[in-house]
Design a protein around this ligand. Structure first.
Ligand code: XIL
Length: 788
């Protein structure tokens, strides 16, 4: 294993690098011949990693992180000795500990300052020649808002340079990565070069090379081990290559000490506790040799870090209906029972897919309506069996191809879909309608791959989703599988794609994320470099989600597998690979830390007019609710205490997906109002059904020491209260469903201040202590508030 040199800072004559101090003319390779443009995403252009660095990834022990040991190496500074015996001076000049002298070597400069250009500055970047012009611009960026434009170049070796002289240590190995994009030139060779000036003179060492384009970002990355001799004047790296006159952008530059224990350390107690939305994992079950139900190691991970499960295989059609009309639920039921016992929710995967369907289904014979019936039978039986037990379903999986067309017949590597071939595109809505009819509350997702970077495909899916919304076909959100590569797509692209879904008011769920680290087969072991790259990547994906998807639209993030030995990637592609957050010893990888760090990103703001999943023209048979809050993602309700009312504390129970209302009841006359706004005006003038579920504390007494009353409010803030009748029918300590039919002009309200039913903008709940003894205590839980 590579032994890290003590973090000695190179003691140098340390001239700060300045543009004029660097003369590139001694160097330089000629520009290479133009390489044909390559697709940018998500291929990985990494050069092969030279070091067979130690494979063992995680050493979770905090091996004493502090490099800064404070003990004074020479404690006695001022000599207290009475060197001159005469006590002429009255004060014994007490040896004040005034030695501000740097007894320790100064801490090293940070490895990279201003690598993302988000501070709007250029420094400490400089040109490697006086002609080069560096400008911090907002016109391009790979992540965040800014990048660095490098222009004014008059030689192919000229470019932006970053000095490392004072921040790197002899013998240490650094991973240097920069993203490059051409400005107004379709493609060009670009190179990253390390410059060292020491006792041996100047040398220029190529570190990485790639073909950059003006349509996407490409990564230049490589490892460099510092080995100098004599006096070191300069260590730096720079980006060169394009012809004179050609400009380029750089962004997201990182320099990482790949053996830095601080970076490799994982310190995450409970991943899912860091999020208010489901953090899920796909698990093997049933007959699988690695079934988690027989694996204490896997269970330990799941129970410690996750709040949701997806069955990796056993809820797919071939498992649930292996022969026509014979449904097999035992394995799935066992998994769901495990989930329930451990406070985990379950995401159903998948009702309809072209793959993993039984032979009888693939070869079914019948006309379009027979096929439709066969599809609906499957969806209805399965969704009904699991009714009320799942948070969400992937209703239809992978119905589109990368070119935006419906998956139809086999094309190249893309298998066809018997559903499309026999039914046409309507099969998708048949599946969604049947799923909603079978389970009124479960979230319904359309799920697909490559949509975190493929515009054509995502746009086609969103065109379908918009049409569904317009026609009242129930759809809750879009599932992004996110089987992506270590180097692409970038954060900005991912955010752009999420945003399109958010703009439709649909939920976003990352359903199957894993990170392929060795697509080109160049790695033979899991190096520290790969571990750190993977950490950064998990972090940026999670950040993209938090920064773009507002809490009310977060369906959650699920990883496709528990630990690396379980991954589907290796059997599929053959190369060794390590796409998941736990290693082959079931130890957490830095990726877990990256995921956790990503969860600290700043929340996206709720849209002004939040989700508008409601069809504006509800047909009578329209199964889509006008409003639903299942509290699976978060709680957006507010306390509406007026004068004399109590303030409740509202929180989100993310394990259960409910809202918890905690009231500091003080007297038996206390009243609490909580409510949420729709962000639009709903028309309830035809009379609508309102339902919700309420769980009262155990000290509720049957004669009613608590009243739960629903109210609606119009946009002039005029309310109507449904009445006191809900004082009855509750069970202490358990859930009760309240259903109110025909809430509208003909409903018999307890109080109606003259509400305008065409302009209802909020729904609220009033909790009243009702003058009864004993006063109630303990929190009240609310779930599934729905207006149909
Ligand atoms: C994969 C499983 O992980 C494998 O075990 C199985 O052999 C094939 O399917 N997209 C999906 C998942 O929606 O169902 C796939 O799961 C991975 C790709």
């Amino acid at each position: 294993m590579f032994v890290r040199a003590s973090h000695l800072v190179l003691m140098l004559s340390a001239l700060l690098i300045s543009a004029c101090g660097v003369d590139g003319k001694v160097s330089k390779s000629e520009p290479q011949e133009e390489v044909p443009e390559t697709p940018v995403e998500p291929t990985d252009p990494e050069p092969t990693d030279p070091e067979p660095t130690d494979p063992e990834p995680t050493d979770p022990e905090p091996t004493d992180p502090e490099p800064t040991d404070p003990e004074p190496t020479d404690p006695e500074p001022t000599d207290p000795e009475p060197t001159d015996p005469e006590p002429t001076d009255p004060e014994p000049t007490d040896p004040e500990p005034t030695d501000p002298e740097p007894t320790d070597p100064e801490p090293a400069d940070p490895l990279m300052v201003n690598g993302d250009f988000e501070n709007g500055e250029v420094a400490p970047w400089v040109g490697n020649s006086g002609e080069v012009l560096l400008t911090n611009v907002a016109s391009q960026s790979r992540s965040g808002a800014n990048s660095l434009l490098v222009s004014g170049r008059t030689q192919n070796w000229q470019g932006a340079l970053y000095g490392l002289t004072n921040s790197v240590a002899e013998d240490s190995t650094y991973h240097i990565s920069a993203w490059v994009r051409m400005d107004n030139l379709a493609s060009s060779d670009v190179r990253m070069t390390v410059k060292v000036s020491d006792g041996n003179g100047d040398r220029y060492e190529p570190l990485a090379q790639a073909s950059a384009t003006d349509s996407g970002w490409v990564e230049l990355a490589g490892n460099y081990t510092i080995a100098t001799s004599g006096d070191v004047a300069e260590i730096a790296f720079y980006i060169e290559g394009p012809d004179a006159g050609v400009s380029y952008f750089i962004d997201d530059v990182t320099v990482t000490d790949i053996n830095d224990d601080d970076l490799l350390r994982v310190d995450v107690d409970h991943l899912s506790a860091l999020a208010e939305f489901p953090i899920g994992v796909a698990v093997p079950a049933g007959d699988a040799g690695n079934s988690m139900l027989n694996s204490p190691e896997r269970q330990a991970i799941v129970e410690q870090h996750f709040s949701q499960l997806t069955a990796e295989n056993i809820m797919k059609p071939s498992y649930l209906q292996p022969s026509e009309g014979n449904f097999f639920f035992d394995d799935a039921d066992a998994l769901i029972a495990y989930a329930e016992n451990n406070g985990l929710s379950v995401h159903g995967h998948a009702l309809i897919w072209h793959f993993q369907i039984a032979d009888w289904m693939a070869n079914y014979s019948g006309d379009a309506s027979a096929w439709q019936q066969m599809l609906e039978t499957h969806v209805t039986e399965v969704a009904s069996h699991f009714e009320g037990q799942l948070a969400s379903w992937d209703v239809v999986n992978e119905a589109f191809l990368d070119d935006g067309s419906y998956r139809n017949v086999d094309v190249g590597n893309d298998a066809g879909s018997v559903w499309y071939q026999n039914i046409g595109p309507q099969y998708i809505e048949y599946a969604f309608n049947a799923a909603r009819a079978a389970d009124a509350h479960v979230d319904l997702y359309y799920n697909d791959y490559n949509i975190s970077w493929n515009d054509t495909k995502l746009n086609a899916i969103l065109t379908m989703a918009e049409d569904f919304i317009d026609r009242g076909i129930p759809i809750s959100g879009i599932g992004f599988q996110m089987h992506v590569d270590k180097s692409g797509p970038g954060k900005a692209k991912i955010k752009e794609q999420f945003q399109k879904v958010v703009d439709l008011g649909l939920k976003v769920k990352i359903t199957e994320v894993d990170l392929r680290m060795n697509a080109d087969g160049s790695a033979t072991s899991l190096t520290n470099q790969l571990l750190l790259q993977q950490k950064a990547r998990y972090q940026e994906i999670v950040e993209a989600y938090i920064e773009t998807v507002p809490p009310s639209l977060r369906g959650g993030i699920s990883v496709w597998g528990i630990a690396d030995p379980d991954t589907w990637i290796v059997p599929l592609y053959g190369n060794p690979d390590w796409p998941l957050m736990f290693d082959d010893q079931f130890e957490p990888k830095p990726a877990l830390q990256g995921f956790a760090d990503g969860l600290a990103a700043t929340d996206a703001e709720e849209p002004e007019q939040p989700s508008d999943p409601a069809p504006t023209d509800p047909e009578p048979s329209d199964p889509q609710p006008l409003f639903v809050d299942d509290f699976n993602a978060a709680t957006s309700w507010a306390n509406e205490g007026a004068d004399g009312q109590l303030a409740a504390t509202l929180s989100h129970n993310s394990a259960e997906g409910t809202m918890v209302v905690d009231v500091p009841w003080a007297s038996d006359a206390d009243v609490v109002h909580i409510k949420t706004w729709f962000g639009q005006e709903l028309d309830l003038s035809a009379g609508n059904d309102i339902s919700l579920r309420v769980k009262l504390p155990a000290d509720y007494v049957a004669d009613g020491n608590l009243v739960v009353q629903v109210y609606i409010e119009d946009s002039a803030y005029t309310p109507a209260f449904t009445g006191w009748q809900m004082a009855s029918g509750f069970v202490a300590g358990d859930w009760t469903t309240i259903t109110l039919s025909g809430v509208g002009p003909d409903f018999s309200f307890g109080y109606d201040g003259g509400v305008d039913f065409t302009k209802v903008h909020a729904i609220g709940i009033e909790l009243v202590a009702n003058g009864k003894d004993p006063a109630i205590s303990g929190a009240i839980e609310i779930d599934d508030v729905t207006i149909h």
